[in-house]
Design a protein around this ligand. Structure first.
Ligand code: DX5
Ligand code: ZN
Length: 218
């Protein structure tokens, strides 16, 4: 089972509902929402108000990726705004286990994100508590960057560990995903594929989703 999560970071913000509807019609499985604070990452994007505004647009799960400092202060407001999955960066969470429990107590699926240079070991002790591990395949902050190939072995490692302790764990990849590298990520064990520019810069978004899905299934 392969899931495609278009990132609305590359959508037209003046026509967000339209651009979400297009990927929903195109077969998307999740809507990936990139929250950036200008501190943890050098860019500012959107906040809970946008999550709340897009919530009625689709029934698809909203996959909310928090690239913010002190995420524990904001998980509740994002949950109340309609997030279905909340992922937090290990680099921002000194009390990672507590933050994950906090997200789960809000009735939301919980995931941990690792930057490209952060080792798999950082998440190993709490792997069985998680619904998702998100492996960044670019340094977070911007859409349209190039895929970092040496994250592939980390996908394999996490999938291998998860097979024993948490077989239903979703492994999501995010950053520079296109059909070619989606296939490599899938072979390494990823099953959820975020794509911003590969979908929104494609003239036919349905076709773009299909190409990534087919590549990942092969
Ligand atoms: C990067 C974000 C990504 C981004 C992906 O910091 O987390 O979700 O939108 O965009 P592309 O697919 O263009 O790399
Ligand atoms: Zn993201």
């Amino acid at each position: 089972m392969v899931k495609i999560a278009p990132s609305i970071l590359s959508a037209d913000f003046a026509h967000l509902a339209r651009d979400i509807q297009e990927v929903v019609d195109g077969g998307a499985d999740y809507i990936h929402v990139d929250i950036m604070d200008g501190h943890f990452v050098p860019n500012i994007t959107m906040g809970p108000m946008i999550v709340e505004a897009i919530r009625p647009v689709t029934e698809l799960p909203l996959d909310v990726h928090l690239m913010i400092k002190n995420p524990e202060q904001y998980v509740e407001v994002f949950a109340k705004s309609g997030a279905d999955i909340i992922t937090v960066h290990v680099e921002t969470c000194p009390h990672l286990h507590r933050t994950i429990q906090q997200i789960k107590a809000l009735g939301v699926k919980a995931g941990v994100v690792l930057n490209p240079a952060t080792p798999a070991e950082m998440v190993r002790p709490i792997l069985e508590e998680l619904d998702m591990v998100l492996l960044m395949t670019v340094n977070p902050g911007f859409g349209g960057q190039s895929f970092i190939e040496n994250v592939l072995p980390k996908i394999e490692t996490i999938r291998e560990w998860a097979n024993t302790v948490n077989p239903s764990l979703e492994i999501e990849v995010d950053g520079g995903i296109n059909p070619e590298n989606a296939q490599k990520c899938a072979k390494s064990g990823a099953d959820v594929f975020v794509a911003g520019s590969a979908i929104y810069n494609h003239k036919d978004r349905k076709q773009a989703i299909l190409e990534i899905r087919n590549a990942a299934l092969n």
